[in-house]
Ligand binder design. Sequence first.
Ligand SMILES: *Cc1c(COP(=O)(O)O)cnc(C)c1O
Length: 369
Amino acid sequence: MPKAQETLLEIDLKALKHNFKYLKSRLNPKTKFMAVVKAYAYGNESCQIANYLQNLNADYFAVAYVNEGVTLRKAGITKPILVLHPQAVSFKTLIENNLEPCLYNKKILTEFIKALTTEYQENYPVHIKFNTGLNRLGFWQDDINFIINKLNETKKITVKSILSHLAASEDLNEKNFSLNQIETFKSLTKNFIKKIGYRPMLHMCNTSGILNYPEAHFDMVRSGIGLYGFGNSEEENKHFIPIGTLKTVISQIHTINKGESVGYNRAYKSNSTIKTATLPIGHADGIGREYGKGKGFVIINGERAYIIGNVCMDMVMVNVTDIDCNEGDEVIIFGPNASAETLAETANTISYEIITGISQRVKRIFTGC
Ligand SMILES: *Cc1c(COP(=O)(O)O)cnc(C)c1O
């Protein structure tokens, strides 16, 4: 790749393929793979990524909201798309685009059946989500009879899968809690299947669940962060390659004398002569205020340059006093050799937040196509 001359998010499709193949290698060959591409494929770009995964034979896609599914359909995704968190107001659009809703409470189930009545559909595929401990979305076990009664009243829908979500799959200190969730899911699905009289697919594992709970892969797994190159532990990270590299360039170098300040509110005051580099990336690109004041850093010519003063809307200033560098040099914010996880930790957050926060104004380019 030529050196970056502006802020760019480079997306390596070869790394995506590697991560996909690695995750698949951890599954029974019969287990289906749902690629979670919500939130612009975790801040990368969802259309090319989903198409690439469709060509690699991913079985299913998942998004959070209906509009994300519509974008995928327009981009040529023909595989089934699960909408994890639909709202009733967008059911008409969901149906028109042949998206499959995750139904998580009595209200949303009732409203979906109503939406189908006006759309003249039969056997529309839906997915029933149960809460087994995350306490975020999902029916309770006690709702099973309500669901079965609703299903018996109508031919409009058919249950394609039953799912749940682990609360702490990456945290082995919570292993007993996770095993308990898995057992609860097994027993409630057994009960559900007996009552409904057919066997929908079962799934509950996200990336960390795939890696830590092979006994809970069931018929399908749902992976997001792993595809994008994070295994959620030091040991597992070795098997993954981050697909995104966020790069920028040095716009200007300043010499700051003792007693001078840098940036808004004079947040950095120098007590010696230092050298700073101004970079064209800021809040509006996804760099939060918490990275300022010496916490976050970027990599310039292999060395860490810490952000000094406050992060601005469109820029940050970094300390390059001891770094041999010039205006026009490339800067790495994160990538395979500069972990987004390590950078995230400097602001007390996690990789998911920094990568999904890269704003749409940052140009995306693809490599390894
Ligand atoms: C986002 C999400 C996933 C993917 O989780 P990762 O940890 O990124 O693999 C799976 N299932 C549900 C319900 C989700 O919301």
